[in-house]
Design a protein around this ligand. Sequence first.
Ligand SMILES: Nc1ncnc2c1ncn2[C@@H]1O[C@H](COP(=O)(O)OP(=O)(O)O)[C@@H](O)[C@H]1O
Ligand SMILES: O=P(O)(O)OC[C@H]1O[C@](O)(COP(=O)(O)O)[C@@H](O)[C@@H]1O
Ligand SMILES: [Mg+2]
Length: 318
Amino acid sequence: MSKIGVLTSGGDAPGMNVAIRAVVKTANYYQLDVMGIQYGYQGLIEGKIQRLTSSKVEDIADKGGTILKTSRSSEFMLETGRKKAIKVLKKFDINFLVVIGGEGSLKGAEKLHELGIKVIGIPGTIDNDLAYTDYSIGFDTTLNTVLECIGKIKDTDFSHDKTTIVEVMGRYCGDLALYSALAGGGEIISTPERKLDFETICSKLHLRISSGKHDNLVIITERMFDLQELQRYIEEKLNISVRTTVLGFIQRGGKPSAFDRVLASKMGIAAVELLIKGHSVQTIGIKENKIIHKELKNVNAEIIDKQDKYRLLERLLH
Ligand SMILES: Nc1ncnc2c1ncn2[C@@H]1O[C@H](COP(=O)(O)OP(=O)(O)O)[C@@H](O)[C@H]1O
Ligand SMILES: O=P(O)(O)OC[C@H]1O[C@](O)(COP(=O)(O)O)[C@@H](O)[C@@H]1O
Ligand SMILES: [Mg+2]
């Protein structure tokens, strides 16, 4: 077996470093060398590759971000870019590749397989937008960060009888908002899966205010509304003052949670062991608490209607 390459791609996610560590440690356990590819697919095209030794990954488990750095590469979207990437992989004698990233990154991995490289994907994205797996690495940490921020905002909402709109990330997936609300972090939520219009948000707020609840937190998934417009609409309609907080990049960094660390370790080990067994074009996941693998072609950032969870929310938010 030649060397194993590993890269992180797309948005950084807490726990990516733990996955890198697990890949290196497991490969070394089986007497295989690992090459670390920097800056995702763009770094691969540019040959930014160095040997990753065990000592380089020894103390990275509690660090957010990715020691390999990451990027979004438009050049890799083109076949010419991918052919350049293949040439580089051959030059460095890398026939096996572990890709840690979200939906786009995993789609990219599938394309490299078509060009003759054995690839295994590991889901690393805070968005949790991959339908084939219950969790992606980074989601749990980000959820905890969101809840911590929301808790602070709620203290002020309570003290001042205020209404706040909080925008969380997720691209086109409402999981960060949904799980935050399930964890008691918000009273009204609007997600791509369950979109509320301005009027409905106002009538829910009105109901709460009329029943004497003057502090209200509305969680909205990014990219759904013009938040300034929503804020103005609520202010005019209900004659209250509203604040809007966009959590932004605060959500992506930080120490990975214990859950993400254990998940990333399990996934990193599984990825290398699959490669060793001769598998390719697979991606690792977790379903009902079991590590699984699926063909990369099953990867889609589709909107799944998590009806069971929204049903629970109805019991909580009224
Ligand atoms: N359909 C695709 N084919 C080939 N490469 C892709 C494809 N989609 C995305 N990629 C590569 O993966 C990178 C990361 O994808 P992106 O969707 O931005 O983030 P993530 O993987 O975190 O969801 C892109 O910048 C691009 O280089
Ligand atoms: O950092 P950028 O390029 O502005 O992208 C923002 C997007 O990245 C994310 O933080 C993470 O998305 P990915 O994991 O798919 O890269 C999304 O929640 C957000 O929409
Ligand atoms: Mg993504």
